[in-house]
Design a protein. Structure first.
Length: 142
Protein backbone atom coordinates (compact mmCIF):
# COMPACT_ATOMS: atom_id res chain seq x y z
CA UNK A 1 0.00 0.00 0.00
CA UNK A 2 1.36 3.41 -0.99
CA UNK A 3 1.84 6.13 1.54
CA UNK A 4 2.61 9.19 -0.59
CA UNK A 5 -0.41 11.09 -1.84
CA UNK A 6 0.37 13.39 -4.77
CA UNK A 7 -1.54 15.96 -6.78
CA UNK A 8 -0.90 18.68 -9.33
CA UNK A 9 -1.47 22.31 -8.37
CA UNK A 10 -2.08 24.93 -11.05
CA UNK A 11 -0.51 27.77 -9.05
CA UNK A 12 1.52 26.19 -6.23
CA UNK A 13 -0.57 27.88 -3.53
CA UNK A 14 -1.05 25.36 -0.72
CA UNK A 15 -2.65 27.70 1.86
CA UNK A 16 -6.20 26.31 1.48
CA UNK A 17 -4.89 22.74 1.36
CA UNK A 18 -2.85 23.26 4.51
CA UNK A 19 -5.88 24.79 6.26
CA UNK A 20 -7.99 21.74 5.32
CA UNK A 21 -5.31 19.33 6.55
CA UNK A 22 -4.97 21.25 9.81
CA UNK A 23 -8.77 21.36 10.28
CA UNK A 24 -8.80 17.58 9.84
CA UNK A 25 -6.24 17.26 12.63
CA UNK A 26 -3.43 16.16 10.32
CA UNK A 27 0.13 17.43 10.74
CA UNK A 28 1.55 19.79 8.10
CA UNK A 29 5.19 18.67 8.25
CA UNK A 30 4.71 15.71 5.85
CA UNK A 31 3.62 18.04 3.01
CA UNK A 32 6.05 18.90 0.21
CA UNK A 33 5.78 21.25 -2.73
CA UNK A 34 7.90 20.96 -5.86
CA UNK A 35 7.49 23.99 -8.07
CA UNK A 36 8.50 24.56 -11.68
CA UNK A 37 11.66 26.39 -10.57
CA UNK A 38 12.69 23.61 -8.15
CA UNK A 39 14.03 21.15 -10.68
CA UNK A 40 17.41 21.05 -8.96
CA UNK A 41 18.76 22.11 -5.64
CA UNK A 42 22.06 21.88 -3.85
CA UNK A 43 21.91 19.94 -0.65
CA UNK A 44 24.63 20.21 1.94
CA UNK A 45 25.40 16.86 3.47
CA UNK A 46 27.94 15.76 6.02
CA UNK A 47 29.68 12.70 4.83
CA UNK A 48 32.80 10.64 5.26
CA UNK A 49 34.85 12.31 2.58
CA UNK A 50 38.63 12.44 2.97
CA UNK A 51 40.71 12.60 -0.17
CA UNK A 52 43.66 11.15 1.74
CA UNK A 53 41.87 7.83 2.04
CA UNK A 54 42.31 7.18 -1.66
CA UNK A 55 45.52 9.05 -2.40
CA UNK A 56 47.56 8.05 0.62
CA UNK A 57 47.74 11.64 1.85
CA UNK A 58 47.52 10.80 5.54
CA UNK A 59 49.46 13.15 7.76
CA UNK A 60 50.85 10.84 10.41
CA UNK A 61 50.10 7.66 12.26
CA UNK A 62 48.89 4.33 11.08
CA UNK A 63 46.81 5.63 8.21
CA UNK A 64 43.74 3.84 9.54
CA UNK A 65 40.54 5.88 9.16
CA UNK A 66 39.28 7.01 12.54
CA UNK A 67 42.64 6.36 14.21
CA UNK A 68 44.86 8.96 12.55
CA UNK A 69 44.23 12.41 14.04
CA UNK A 70 44.43 15.86 12.55
CA UNK A 71 42.24 15.21 9.51
CA UNK A 72 38.81 16.41 8.60
CA UNK A 73 36.38 18.45 10.64
CA UNK A 74 36.43 18.39 14.45
CA UNK A 75 38.86 15.49 14.59
CA UNK A 76 36.86 13.32 12.20
CA UNK A 77 36.60 12.84 8.49
CA UNK A 78 33.36 14.75 8.00
CA UNK A 79 33.54 17.38 5.32
CA UNK A 80 30.85 19.41 3.62
CA UNK A 81 30.04 18.47 0.07
CA UNK A 82 27.22 19.40 -2.26
CA UNK A 83 25.21 17.06 -4.40
CA UNK A 84 22.85 18.32 -7.05
CA UNK A 85 19.65 16.44 -6.64
CA UNK A 86 17.98 16.06 -10.01
CA UNK A 87 14.28 16.33 -10.54
CA UNK A 88 13.98 12.59 -11.10
CA UNK A 89 15.69 12.01 -7.72
CA UNK A 90 13.17 14.29 -6.03
CA UNK A 91 10.25 12.60 -7.75
CA UNK A 92 11.77 9.23 -6.84
CA UNK A 93 11.72 10.35 -3.19
CA UNK A 94 7.96 10.67 -3.63
CA UNK A 95 7.88 7.03 -4.77
CA UNK A 96 6.50 8.00 -8.18
CA UNK A 97 7.04 5.01 -10.45
CA UNK A 98 9.45 5.42 -13.36
CA UNK A 99 6.66 5.05 -15.91
CA UNK A 100 4.77 8.01 -14.33
CA UNK A 101 7.70 10.39 -13.78
CA UNK A 102 7.48 11.97 -17.23
CA UNK A 103 3.88 13.08 -16.55
CA UNK A 104 5.05 14.99 -13.48
CA UNK A 105 8.04 16.47 -15.31
CA UNK A 106 5.70 17.74 -18.02
CA UNK A 107 3.42 19.30 -15.38
CA UNK A 108 6.40 21.15 -13.89
CA UNK A 109 7.61 22.26 -17.31
CA UNK A 110 4.19 23.74 -18.01
CA UNK A 111 4.38 25.85 -14.83
CA UNK A 112 2.36 23.70 -12.45
CA UNK A 113 3.51 22.38 -9.07
CA UNK A 114 3.49 18.96 -7.44
CA UNK A 115 2.08 18.64 -3.95
CA UNK A 116 2.91 15.52 -1.96
CA UNK A 117 1.89 14.35 1.49
CA UNK A 118 3.58 11.49 3.33
CA UNK A 119 0.53 9.93 4.96
CA UNK A 120 0.10 7.23 7.55
CA UNK A 121 -1.91 4.17 6.50
CA UNK A 122 -4.90 5.27 8.56
CA UNK A 123 -4.97 8.78 7.03
CA UNK A 124 -4.48 8.02 3.32
CA UNK A 125 -8.19 8.12 2.40
CA UNK A 126 -8.65 11.35 4.34
CA UNK A 127 -5.65 13.02 2.66
CA UNK A 128 -6.80 11.86 -0.79
CA UNK A 129 -10.27 13.35 -0.13
CA UNK A 130 -8.73 16.66 0.99
CA UNK A 131 -6.49 16.76 -2.09
CA UNK A 132 -9.47 16.03 -4.38
CA UNK A 133 -11.72 18.62 -2.71
CA UNK A 134 -8.97 21.22 -3.06
CA UNK A 135 -7.78 22.60 -6.35
CA UNK A 136 -5.46 19.64 -7.05
CA UNK A 137 -5.76 17.47 -10.12
CA UNK A 138 -4.51 13.97 -10.88
CA UNK A 139 -4.50 12.90 -7.23
CA UNK A 140 -2.69 9.59 -6.88
CA UNK A 141 -1.20 7.54 -4.08
CA UNK A 142 2.12 5.75 -4.54
Amino acid sequence: MGLVVTGISQDGDTAALEAALKAAGLPLDPIQLIGPDDSTRGTASRGLANPGLLTGGMETGTGVPGVTTGLGVAGGYGTEYFRNETLSDRLGDLEIPDDEVQNYVEALQSGRSIVAYFAKPESIAQVEAIFRSGALTKVKTF
